[in-house]
Design a protein around this ligand. Structure first.
Ligand SMILES: [Ca+2]
Ligand SMILES: [Ca+2]
Length: 228
């Protein structure tokens, strides 16, 4: 095997390896940062009206707040101007347009804020759902300090088989008494395809790359032999 041929084989191997790498793809979440609706000046909030893109257990106990130092929250939102607030035993949720896929790893990340004042506590939980069925729920291990946001990360791996016609859902919950209120912002969901048990079979794109590589290698070797 001459040096050029060896170089080509290495290049093709690298190309195939890069092509086969799995990437985390973001899934669209409607109104992920709660910038809609506009509640008004900093400190203003909505109550008793639905949050666009989201359903709620009780519109009077959920809404969005234009956060800021003068707001009830006592500090700025995690992203943009607004954050959602969920009080008592209530939740907001949405069903996405993305279907639940087999052999995928889903990562749901949500920023969670602690309203200023020690009498305002919080007990936030985030859920990944298949339609309305809970696939996994995740609480918070360390509460963020007063007036600050922390992040809850939920990781879920789907199996070889999932029910047909199911769409992904996400839910943001607070549990506790009247003085328990969670703030939510910057809701993100990523999906990464997992290697299936039959991963030894290369996908069509990889097969094509390998095929082209082998053909080029054979052509170059034949030319080299002719030249010699
Ligand atoms: Ca926001
Ligand atoms: Ca607090």
């Amino acid at each position: 095997m001459n040096r050029n041929f060896l170089r080509l084989v290495i290049l093709i191997s690298v190309l195939c390896a890069v092509h086969g790498t799995a990437y985390a793809l973001p899934i669209t979440i409607t109104n992920y940062s709660f910038e809609n609706p506009d509640p008004g000046d900093p400190g203003s909030w909505t109550q008793g009206i639905p949050i666009p893109g989201w359903s709620s257990t009780d519109d009077n106990m959920t809404g969005v707040i234009n956060a800021g130092p003068t707001s009830g929250f006592g500090n700025t939102a995690s992203v943009g101007e607004n954050a959602a607030w969920v009080q008592g035993v209530n939740s907001i949720w949405q069903i996405l347009t993305a279907p639940l896929l087999a052999n995928h790893e889903y990562t749901l990340s949500v920023d969670v804020g602690n309203r200023s004042g020690s009498f305002w506590t919080l007990n936030p939980i985030i859920e990944l759902r298949s339609n309305q069925t809970v696939l996994k729920s995740q609480g918070i291990s360390v509460l963020p300090d007063d007036g600050t946001f922390g992040t809850i990360n939920l990781v879920y791996q789907s199996g070889n088989f999932v029910p047909l016609g199911e769409f992904l859902g996400i839910a943001l919950l607070n549990t506790g008494d009247f003085w328990t209120q969670s703030h939510f912002d910057n809701v993100r969901l990523d999906a990464t395809a997992l290697g299936s048990p039959t991963a030894a079979t290369p996908e069509p794109g990889t097969m094509m790359l390998m095929g082209i590589g082998v053909a080029v290698a054979a052509f170059m070797r034949r030319r080299k032999m002719k030249d010699a």
